[in-house]
Write a protein that binds this ligand. Structure first.
Ligand code: 4NP
Length: 159
């Protein structure tokens, strides 16, 4: 069983989508994965994902409405095979917190290492549609990568 943690700032917009997409793919392909997500900030702790993230995921058959935001915690360090940040600031914050080998989700698409943009202040669903597409492509590629590796926790180097 491989363990993957997706991380953004608030854990209410991007990483809940990544968790939902990964959970869904793991279920459909019966992959032995434990998927979780967290935020580098605790400002939305306990909240459900933002309404547009719930809506866009639901449009693609994925229910993320039962997730709730939690901050990263020291217990997470070393307890995941992969820690995957949504943008470079998240990666920096994770490293400052003590995480090592942090991956950047945008490295697993054709987006040239681009950050998954923070959609918190986007109006309407259109921006979320783009974010969903990007997360979906990258998570699918990331899971292919993760399942092809024979890793022990933390052995493989993140970028
Ligand atoms: P997320 O989006 O990091 O994708 O969950 C955000 C949620 C909340 C805030 C920023 C980004 N905020 O500043 O409260």
């Amino acid at each position: 069983m491989k363990r993957i943690l997706f991380v953004c700032l608030g854990n209410i917009c991007r990483s809940p989508i990544a968790q939902g997409v990964a959970d869904n793919l793991a279920k459909m392909q019966t992959l032995p994965l434990h998927i979780d997500s967290a935020g580098t900030s605790r400002s939305h702790e306990g909240e459900a994902p933002c309404i547009n993230s719930i809506k866009i995921a639901s449009k693609y058959g994925i229910d993320i409405s039962q997730q709730y935001s939690r901050p990263i915690q020291t217990e997470d360090i070393g307890s995941f095979d992969y820690v995957v940040a949504m943008d470079r600031q998240n990666k920096k914050d994770l490293e400052a917190f003590g995480f090592e080998n942090v991956y950047l989700l945008g490295d697993f698409g054709t987006f040239d290492g681009a950050d998954v943009p923070d959609p918190y202040y986007f109006n309407g669903l259109e921006g979320f549609e783009k974010v969903f597409d990007m997360i979906h492509v990258c998570v699918e590629n990331f899971l292919t990568h993760a399942m092809s590796k024979n890793t022990k926790k933390g052995v493989e180097n993140g970028k």
